[in-house]
Design a protein around this ligand. Structure first.
Ligand code: XIL
Length: 378
């Protein structure tokens, strides 16, 4: 049994999708009995040999007891990620002033629920406090800031952001560090790359080149030798320039003896937009000797939702789960919150939404069945 602690977050609010009769009709009648027999997504994920099925959550949602009743069920979710409260702006709002209250709430929640905690994140170009984003630093100063931030954050959660397996005492999971590979997004370590595979010109790259990446990873490893260190990014799910660039970065880090344990594939997809090369791409990372996870899965659609879109969304969730199952190095799947009520999608992509497996009324959608079928299909 994994013992863990966690933490999590969530985001934006789902607009639209007024109590969709479609959604409830679909989960109760389109797939008769399918969900009723299933004890939960984490239970089916573990039965299929994965370590967990998890979700992101966010501190503001934790007052919603209808929501937390589902969140706290570790048959449903065996892992939690804080959507915001471990990010730099939340954890070091001014230089050297560390604030872990929000993160600690999620850690305690996960611990109490017997859920694994994934940290999120150490270094990212977004949700940075101004003192970092607009600082005027020398190379040495910024490296020291990155090391101090990552080391203090990971050190605070030492032994907790992890997953311990029964077979060995080795702690498994992830510590926050997102290497962004694109010019826009977050991940779990640092997002270091652009979509074309070149390095992102954020404050970190502009001041240190790529030196901040090994600096962050080494500081994190030193702070918690057992925490798994992941680079987490988006638009690396299919083959292409960005994926290739990340593979090259991982090869280089390994060659240089820099600690790197895993890759987080965010998987923020559009309905019908799951890359056809998902499994091939996953295998390419496995071949590098790293584990990986689907870390932020959601499948957004244009609003209003329709039966067809919900059906395609179900297939898309199933496809992603099956891809994780197809590749042994995939440790688990995390959705970026489980309900449209608290999804970040409508806020980030105007006109889009309904991206989660539970609707705004906390009713399961066909996507839920897609996940179950995906895990049972092994
Ligand atoms: C999102 C949160 O869910 C929102 O609440 C916040 O406003 C913006 O960030 N990729 C990531 C996550 O790695 O950190 C992002 O989380 C979603 C995209």
């Amino acid at each position: 049994m994994p013992t863990i602690t966690s933490l999590f977050v969530l985001a934006a609010l789902g607009a639209a999708v007024a109590a969709s009769p479609l959604a409830s009709a679909s989960s109760s009648s389109a797939f008769p009995g399918s969900t009723a027999k299933v004890p939960g997504l984490n239970a089916v994920a573990k039965a299929a040999g994965k370590l967990y099925f998890g979700t992101a959550t966010d501190n503001p949602e934790l007052n919603d007891t209808a929501y937390t009743t589902i969140l706290d069920n570790n048959r449903q979710f065996g892992q939690i990620t804080p959507a915001n409260s471990m990010k730099w702006d939340a954890t070091e709002p001014s230089p050297g002033n560390f604030t872990f209250e929000g993160g600690d709430v999620i850690r305690d929640l996960a611990k109490g629920n017997g859920q694994i905690l994934r940290g999120h994140n150490c270094v990212w170009y977004s949700q940075l406090p101004d003192w970092v984003a607009f600082g005027n630093f020398t190379f040495d100063e910024l490296i020291a800031i990155v090391e101090n931030h990552c080391g203090t954050l990971v050190g605070h959660y030492r032994g907790q952001i992890s997953l311990s397996t029964t077979c060995s005492n080795r702690l498994v999971l992830t510590t926050p560090i997102v290497f962004t590979f694109a010019r826009q997004m977050p991940g779990m370590l640092l997002m270091a790359l652009n979509d074309d595979g070149t390095f992102r010109e954020d404050i970190f790259f502009n001041v240190t080149g790529t030196a901040y990446i090994p600096a962050a990873l080494r500081a994190a490893r030193e702070a918690d030798p057992h925490a798994k260190l992941y680079i987490n990014d988006y638009n690396i799910e299919g083959t292409g320039n960005k994926s290739t660039a990340l593979q090259n970065l991982i090869k280089e880090l390994k060659k240089d003896g820099v600690p790197i344990d895993g890759v987080g594939f965010q998987c923020h997809f559009e309905v019908g937009g799951v890359p056809s090369t998902l499994v091939e791409n996953f295998r390419a990372f496995e071949a590098l000797g790293v584990e990986f996870a689907v870390t932020e899965l959601d499948v957004r659609m244009t609003l209003p939702e329709t039966d067809e879109l919900l059906e395609q969304q179900k297939e898309d969730y199933q496809t992603v789960v099956e891809a994780c199952l197809a590749v042994p190095a995939c440790v688990g799947v995390t959705i970026w919150d489980f309900t449209d009520k608290y999804s970040w999608v409508p806020g980030a992509f105007p006109g889009w939404g309904a991206a989660c497996p539970w609707d705004e009324n906390l009713v399961k959608k066909p996507a839920y069945d897609g996940i179950v079928i995906g895990f049972e299909d092994h």
